[in-house]
Design a protein around this ligand. Structure first.
Ligand code: IPE
Length: 265
């Protein structure tokens, strides 16, 4: 049986351009896929992104930079707001999963994580044990940091790296994207962009793929996170989250349409 760590990108489950706009239909399709995988006996951990529930306010109040004295009062208000917004998004994700009779749990990083980047600290023991059929969820969030920063943005992509490294029996790490079939040779929408089905760690991504809305680094952070994971896991994938059946195909048949990230070192 597989133990699958999946990231639902914020651009997949929200409309990134409109403040706090969830895409419930996408969440439903993804939840159905999780239900199917669970019925097949696999276990699943879900990390999700922020999309328009996080990036916009985080960008406006420069939360990624940590405390800036001249605007600190507004920043601390924004920290609380974004945390609340993320809990709301997580609530929506969980209620879709629960509508398929899945039992879920939420572990917000603001409760247990400290610092940003893949080396962040805080105990991940809550995610180590696996009760059959229970889906544990967490997400990109505003987390506490050491002084003088005091707070910062922890991306779900960094959580993926730490979980893959430290939760022993994970078999697959899957990044589900909102706007592409996998990693593309140039940004989505370009007429010449093609799916890269095998990405060798260390290759160079051409073109400016990053969206201006993202505070955590867009596709480039995903690629570097996936590359780090490929050092210790052989099934690391980027798959079109609009086609959740592909995840089932990957787990059951060993391959699907998408990008497999391999470490050739
Ligand atoms: C960002 O998390 C968290 C906040 C902005 C609060 P992610 O980096 O995981 O989010 P997406 O997937 O890019 O939206």
């Amino acid at each position: 049986m597989a133990k699958i760590l999946m990231k639902w990108g914020g651009g997949l489950i929200t409309d990134k351009s409109k403040l706090m706009t969830p895409d419930i239909e996408k969440m439903k399709h993804l939840s159905q896929m999780v239900r199917d995988l669970s019925d097949l006996g696999h276990s699943i951990i879900i990390v999700h992104g922020a999309g328009s529930f996080g990036h916009m306010k985080a960008k406006k109040w420069r939360l990624k930079e940590g405390k800036i004295e001249s605007i600190e009062d507004s920043q601390f208000d924004a920290v609380c707001e974004v945390r609340k917004d993320m809990l709301r998004l997580n609530g929506l994700v969980r209620s879709e999963l629960e509508s398929f009779d899945l039992k879920t749990e939420s572990h917000p990083p603001s409760d247990w994580a400290n610092g940003t980047g893949p080396e962040f600290t805080g105990s991940i023991s809550e995610f180590m044990s696996q009760e059959k059929g229970l889906i544990k969820t967490t997400f990109g969030d505003v987390v506490d940091c050491e002084k003088p920063k005091e707070f910062g943005i922890l991306s779900g992509d960094d959580i993926m790296v730490r979980f893959s490294k430290e939760i022993e029996d994970i078999t697959h790490a899957i990044f589900l994207l909102g706007d592409a079939e996998g990693l593309l040779s140039s940004p989505p929408g370009n007429s010449d962009s093609k799916l890269i089905s095998l990405w060798k760690s260390g290759s160079v991504l051409t073109g400016d793929h990053d969206s201006r809305i993202d505070v955590t680094g867009g596709i480039k952070l995903k690629v570097s996170s996936a590359e780090k994971i490929s050092e210790f896991l052989s099934d690391v994938w980027m798959i079109d989250g609009r086609k959740p059946d592909r995840v089932i195909e990957l787990i059951e048949e060993g391959s699907t349409i998408g990008t497999k990230i391999v470490n050739e070192a």
